[in-house]
Design a protein around this ligand. Sequence first.
Ligand code: XBP
Ligand code: MG
Length: 257
Amino acid sequence: MTNLKALIFDVDGTLADTEEAHRCAFNEAFQQLGLPWNWSKPRYAHLLVTAGGKERLAAHIDSLDLPAPDRRELMGRIEAIHQAKTLNYTRMVLGGGVALRDGVARLIDDAARAHVRLGIATTTTFANVEALLRMGLGAGALDRFAVIGAAGNAARKKPAADIYEYVLRQLGASPQECVAIEDSANGLRAAKAAGLYTIVTPSYWTRTEDFSGADLVLPSLGSALRPLTPRTAALVGNTMLGVREIGRQLDALREYG
Ligand code: XBP
Ligand code: MG
């Protein structure tokens, strides 16, 4: 009998490859608010090292080397810029602009069948999570998750462990009974700092990052349509990663360390 009690999913890059939609939502907000900014893909990839959209905006403003009064004025507008961006992003997601990644819906269904609880530990804004879950999993999606930890639930964002520790507390579970699924080095560091067995499925934006310390790195969770390649399937003993395969990985870690 496996020790696995809960799966804790990251959102951006893990549930869905969302960062292109975030980038477009930011650029639309800049236009709407008359800001002379436009984040290219390479610029956004650089800014993504900073977790959190508001923190990313602050990092961008700091990079502009402005006179102090101008910098202060722009810093004071971050909340409004981010609110406009979030409206743009949720509209894009609810309009069908973002699809769940391979195997995500399947693994969530598998967990329900196996009575393994589900949590979310993300840096993004709750409204973004709600839009993505409703679009990807239907109207009752939010109720399928025992805990949703988002931007407002932790003082420090990833790579700090705060959001994972919050979700573990809310689950009433120990790190040894849960598994985190992430896409980025920031997320991996946060999950490992919380003591979690961590599976990484790199996204387009994080594929060149360093995932040393991950317990398992896979190109995706795998699906009937796009199964894992023989080499990666050999790592988990199946062409798709399910609760049974995750439980076996966790139990092997517990047994052999
Ligand atoms: C990824 C992030 C978020 C999103 C943007 O979150 O760092 O900041 O890029 O969303 P995760 P917000 O991978 O932890 O899901 O603008 O709402 O922050
Ligand atoms: Mg992520």
